[in-house]
Design a protein around this ligand. Sequence first.
Ligand SMILES: [Zn+2]
Length: 148
Amino acid sequence: MSAANPAPSFPIPVPDADTQPFWDGCARGELLIQRCASCGRWLWQPRPICSRCQTPDPPWTRVSGAGTVASWTVIRPPTLAAYSELVPFVVLLVQLDEGVRLLGYLVDERGDLLRTDGVAEGLAMGSRVVLRFHDQAGTILPSWTLAV
Ligand SMILES: [Zn+2]
């Protein structure tokens, strides 16, 4: 690519004080979710205090990432330029077994984005999923594959 025609870039998350531990965990291949030390509530999205009891600094807890498909959608053209060669692909809303819901891609066993509309994979509401991690231009994102 020339400087006049740079490669298209993916939108990437910008960590802040509340989310840095989450992204650091992803980079290590660990899914970390906050859990209130006082009332036990699992918290998503990251926050400085418990949304139920207002206890500060909920500790980060490693979870397996196992859960079920709560919803999903197929991304088709038109998209941002960075995604133009990847469509169609699936974005999942996963309900972790801990009860919180996260967004992520449907990927293969290696964590590579599946170019699919989900039909061939048998995707359905309530399908069990297994955590993987997807490297999107150097940012490690939690993603899932269907459990077999
Ligand atoms: Zn609490």
